[in-house]
Design a protein around this ligand. Structure first.
Ligand code: KG4
Ligand code: ZN
Length: 342
């Protein structure tokens, strides 16, 4: 079975082909980051228009990469939510139209389920059950995972997502959107002792997160530094980046540890854009070693948005005979707990 996967939920056009026997046989990605750079964030209408331009050429490129013709595709998977409604409609419409023309089934995939299952694209895949920390630009959730589609959200952010906090703080430090990776790079030169940021909501029970206060704390720190130094020096920027990143990582780690303790699980999966963060990976690896458990991450290219995770998730569901009807339905908001099991 060979499944074409199409991801267009935000600012990345991703197209991939997953083969039941050979695994991932094509992976094409086009990022719109440069298009949105001048605006300091994703402009939904520009995103939709660019997905229209890029999706079909990327599908052709993916077929060429896998050395396949359209007749050899057995099903089409596409992101149907959550995400930007216009962007979702582009991928969904193209996917549905192709499936109709090729006379194969199509299925709408939940973007966060795609992130959650992305570590399964690796040879060293996690066994169920596990705790998943999903940390992206739009979501921060702790999910108790018993199997595909068996998800219980046991904690989530009550305000900003972790990636969003990275991006907002990066902006304060003068970095381009999305600044998560750049902030992390800057933090490498930062002093571990100059600033200390709070660890929000760790002093009370529960598994929810709150990251908007960290952005405010960063803004106040920036203002005080400007008052004291006249301008923000490169070293001060690096010191703030360091303290901010440590606070986010520490907060995520504390809640992961708590979730593992509460459920008795010993496996942790980290996915979503923020899971690309090297320092986070190192911290959680150390924590899991101390806890005598295991931690799994997607390969770095499958941490941020991509078509591979959608092709794979679609494959799992289509293989079980699940598929969607002809009408196109996208779900900008879509709780993961509504998903069916396989
Ligand atoms: O999963 P993703 O590609 O898109 C969403 O579904 O939102 O995640 C993008 C987010 C952005 O906020 C970006 O700044 C963040 O992931 N991100 C990082 C790193 N790489 C990407 N945050 C921290 N450190 C990184 N290395
Ligand atoms: Zn994503």
């Amino acid at each position: 079975m060979k499944i074409l996967g199409i991801e267009t939920s935000c600012d990345e056009t991703g197209v991939a082909i997953y083969d039941e026997e050979k695994g991932l046989i094509a992976n094409q990605l086009y990022t719109q980051i440069a298009l949105h750079a001048d605006y300091g964030g994703v402009v939904p209408e520009l995103a939709s228009r660019d997905h229209i331009r890029k999706t079909t050429p990327l599908i052709q490129a993916a077929l060429a990469e896998a050395n396949l013709t359209a007749e050899q595709i057995d099903g089409v998977a596409y992101t149907s939510g959550p995400g930007l409604v216009g962007a979702l409609l582009v991928g969904s419409t193209i996917a549905r139209a192709l499936a109709y023309a090729w006379n194969v089934p199509a299925i709408g995939v939940h973007h966060m389920e795609g992130h959650l299952l992305a570590p399964m694209l690796d040879e060293n895949r996690p066994h169920f059950p596990f705790i998943a920390l999903l940390a992206s630009g739009g979501h921060t959730q702790l999910v108790q995972v018993e199997g595909v589609g068996k998800y219980k959200v046991i904690g989530e952010s009550i305000d900003d997502a972790a990636g969003e906090a990275f991006d907002k703080t990066a902006k304060l430090l003068g970095l381009d959107y999305p600044g998560g990776a750049a902030l992390s790079h800057l933090a490498e030169k930062g002093s571990p002792t100059r600033f200390t940021f709070p660890r929000p909501m760790t002093d009370r029970p529960g598994l929810d997160f709150s990251f908007s206060g960290l952005k405010t704390f960063a803004a106040n720190t920036v203002n005080q530094a400007i008052k004291a130094e006249g301008e923000l020096t490169e070293q001060t920027k690096a010191d703030i980046a360091y303290a901010f990143q440590e606070a986010v990582i520490d907060t995520l780690a504390i809640k992961c540890k708590r979730a593992l303790k509460e459920t008795g699980y010993q496996r942790l999966v980290i996915a979503g854009g923020v899971s690309a963060n090297k320092k986070l990976r190192e911290s959680l690896a150390k924590m899991m070693k101390d806890l005598k458990g295991e931690v799994f991450y997607p390969q770095p290219q499958f941490c941020t948005d991509n078509g591979a995770m959608i092709a794979y998730t679609g494959f799992l569901r289509l293989k079980q005979g699940q598929h969607d009807e002809l009408e196109i339905e996208v779900k900008p908001r879509w709780p993961m707990t509504e998903l069916s099991t396989i």
